[in-house]
Design a binder for this molecule. Structure first.
Ligand code: MOS
Length: 744
């Protein structure tokens, strides 16, 4: 048995947490045995295919429903003229995490790719052909899809209802006395999640009971949302979502085509399957909105930041409200006696943006980190020395102390590993053959939210356990890491644990998002196990036949399927305690929630160093090395945590050099809504990447000391690559992705 971790201020975990276990669902996945929503094949299945708008703004004036209906195998065509009504308008915002949807409520087109009809057929091929035969005609208006086609509007809130503006300190005074006033402008593009698994739903009705196979990052919210729009009791809705082939934020929301497939199944009395095509995932299921950011760093003569300004202009849809909160990235990393941040948006004929892996922070830190390097150059300082001088000891936005702060350690470990000491200060000093070589760095930071989760735990007479929570595994390894925590909660080996998850009948595990799932669902699972152990300990310490009789005051510890006295060596097995009490099982319940108002600023921290090679003739950039060090609290599974960090850093390569969704400004349509035109990193783009984890006890973040690792890897990395490109070429990137032509 591995050593029991005992971290200051935290509850003790057992031997399962902390182990680098291989993901428990790995074999299922690589053998194709893991069921995904689109694999469901109920008897009598119909296939639904959406027809989508070929214009971005205007009205559908004609659909050739007759031609589509006449096609062999087509069963029904739904248009705004005949679609059954929902109980609530899809334009109703019933929850901050419910986006306004398109479910054929009118003939209006508000973005290209919006569903304008739904064809039901006996085969996927027939439904696809039926949708094509609709040959829509339109009354089109000029599309507004760029920053130039609208007037920016002011708003009180950005994404998730956060304040759009933060003003602290006298900016005019700080500007007036600044020795350096360094203005950096950075643009970032629209990006799409492109999860490997497309959005899908298979719907079956039995009377007014509804059964769904559909991937979701938020089972309970999806269930209540769908029930509300369908006008049925949520208790009658069952959702299976055991696995997600990636989500990244896009599978936290309910969308119109999903509702239409469910409506069609009810209307036709047959099961219906609907799978979005890759192209159809560009529009109705969210995206990372483009930004134009201006970051201004004011410095005193010694290179200390006296004022920080971060202004973001972004694009949102014409009909809903979600603003990419990029300027928020400047709130909590660097000292800023004066801190002014703003957000504005232009409304465009696009689907509403939404959260995408490190929403706000990814784009915001990309701009901030370029600005910090520009400021370091103005001060004549090494970028690492400049960051060490200016990093915040206390959260500038709230004035609260950080719950823990291991950033200095992250800088030190990553710099050492990377070999930063050997870096020449000036750009264009290093070469590898004919290629220009450059080194850059960026600070990574991401908040540690907790949501709300519930879990059940059961100990059985044979000493094995069962835990239940509706947690979502979207590839991050929840099935494994959460089971490790749950096994420790019950004090048993993970091999003796049944982990039940991914089903809406189970207790609500909250949202798999915000890098808060392990902390939230994990705390609930641990507490459910602890509830069982409390009951078990009561039985044993009051039972004269138990070696633990009378150990109540000294207490007992649960480990390896036994309770152990704290005052001597004696122990009692779970089986024996239950048998003597005549019990088949003990059940416990637990919650995962952060109680009360936070008194500390809670973040994960990190530092990322990048090496790039730039072709001086072609402007082609290759990332040749990435080293990151991250302090993310207690690491439950080092192998899975490292994979998350590597994945985030790889995402950073895509952000810095590749990803960019492009609209045709004349039609408002996408020109690259597929994986041929929308580039993400492949193996050849991902060099040697190292992700180190720095030991960190955060006594405030939660009782288990768990932070998140899902999103922080993206932050810092983009800026590090941009700064390395400057160091190689002497050209500061004006935005991302960095285009080759901007470097020649
Ligand atoms: Mo994420 S953008 O918190 O799924």
């Amino acid at each position: 048995m591995a050593e029991v971790m005992n971290m200051e201020g935290h509850v003790r975990l057992g031997s399962n947490a902390g182990q680098a276990l291989t993901r428990r669902d790995g074999i299922l996945k690589v053998t194709g045995a893991a069921p995904y929503a689109a694999d469901a094949r109920p008897e009598g299945l119909l296939y639904a295919v959406a027809a989508t708008a070929g214009i971005a703004r205007g009205r559908v004036t004609h659909l050739d429903v007759a031609a589509a209906t006449a096609h062999p195998g087509v069963v029904k065509v739904y248009t705004p003229a005949n679609v059954p009504a929902l109980a609530i308008s899809p334009d109703e915002k019933i929850h901050p995490f419910v986006w306004k949807m398109e479910a054929l409520q009118s003939d209006a087109v508000r973005y290209a790719g919006q569903p304008i009809a739904m064809v039901l057929a006996e085969t996927l091929e027939a439904a696809t052909e039926g949708a094509r035969l609709l040959a829509p005609r339109y009354e089109a208006e000029p599309p507004r899809v760029t920053f130039e086609t609208g007037e920016p509007y002011e708003t009180d809130t950005t994404a998730f209802g956060r304040p759009a503006t933060h003003r602290a300190g006298d900016l005019d005074a700080a500007r007036g006395t600044a020795a350096h006033h360094v203005v950096t402008e950075v643009s970032t593009p629209a990006q799409y999640h492109n999860a490997m698994e497309p959005h899908a739903v298979t719907a079956r009705w039995d009377g007014d009971r509804l059964e769904l196979d559909t991937p979701t990052q938020a089972l309970a919210l999806t269930k209540t949302t769908i029930a509300a729009f369908l006008g049925i009791d949520a208790a009658g809705v069952t959702i299976r979502s055991p696995f997600l082939g990636g989500g990244f934020g896009s599978k936290a929301i309910v969308y119109g085509a999903q509702l239409l497939a469910i409506l069609a199944a009810r209307d036709l009395g047959r099961p219906v399957k609907m799978v979005l095509t890759r192209a159809q995932m560009y529009g109705p299921v969210g995206h990372r909105a483009p930004t134009r950011q201006t970051v201004t760093v004011n410095l005193d003569p010694e290179g200390a930041i006296t004022a920080l300004e971060h202004d973001t202009l972004t694009v949102t849809s014409t009909f809903d409200h979600f603003l990419e909160g990029a300027s928020g990235a400047s709130h909590s990393v660097y000292v800023a006696p004066v801190l002014h941040t703003t957000h504005r948006a232009v409304r465009g004929d696009i689907g509403t943006p939404g959260p995408m892996r490190a929403p706000g922070e990814a784009s915001g830190s990309a701009a901030l980190e370029l600005a910090i390097d520009a400021a370091a150059e103005a001060a004549g300082m090494d970028p690492l020395a400049f960051r060490l001088k200016n990093y915040a000891e206390t959260d500038p936005a709230t004035g609260m102390a950080f719950s823990s702060k291991a950033l200095r350690e992250c800088y030190a470990q990553a710099a050492e590993r990377f070999g930063w000491d050997a870096r020449p200060l000036a750009p264009r000093q290093m070469r590898q053959g004919r290629l220009l070589k450059g080194w850059g760095m960026g600070t990574a930071q991401f908040p540690c939210p907790m949501f709300q989760a519930a879990a059940h735990a059961t100990l059985r007479a044979d000493g094995s356990g069962v835990v239940e929570t509706s947690a979502a595994d979207m590839g991050q390894g929840a099935w494994t890491a959460l089971a490790q925590i749950a096994a420790d909660g019950l004090g048993i080996d993970i091999d003796r644990l049944d982990f039940r998850s991914g089903h809406s009948d189970l207790p609500d595990a909250g949202i798999a998002g915000g890098s808060g799932h392990t902390a939230t669902a994990g705390t609930a699972l641990f507490n459910a196990g602890a509830d069982v152990i409390r009951q078990l300990a009561d039985l044993a310490t009051q039972d004269p036949a138990s070696p633990l009789f009378g150990a109540g005051n000294a207490g007992v510890t649960a480990r390896a399927g036994r309770l152990w006295r704290n005052d001597d060596e004696r122990s009692d097995s779970y089986e024996d305690i239950l048998a003597r009490a005549g019990l088949d099982l003990i059940r416990g319940e637990g919650k995962g929630v952060r109680e009360g108002e936070p008194t500390r600023a809670m973040f994960s921290h990190g530092a990322v160093f990048a090496e790039v090679l730039v072709d001086p003739d072609l402007g082609q950039v290759r990332v040749s090395r990435l080293v990151g060090a991250f302090a993310a609290g207690r690491i439950i599974n080092p192998k899975l945590a490292r994979s998350q960090l590597l994945g985030g850093m790889t995402w950073g390569i895509g952000f810095a050099l590749q990803e960019e969704a492009l609209h045709d400004a004349r039609t408002g349509r996408f020109v690259n809504n597929d994986l041929a035109g929308y580039h993400v990193p492949v193996n050849a783009d991902a060099p040697m990447i190292e992700a180190l984890t720095v030991h960190e006890d955060d006594p405030f973040v939660n009782t288990l000391g768990i932070k998140g690792v899902g999103e922080i890897g993206v932050t810092g990395t983009v800026g590090a690559i941009g700064n390395a490109v400057w160091h190689a070429t002497g050209i500061r990137p004006a935005g991302f992705p960095i285009h080759p032509e901007s470097l020649i």
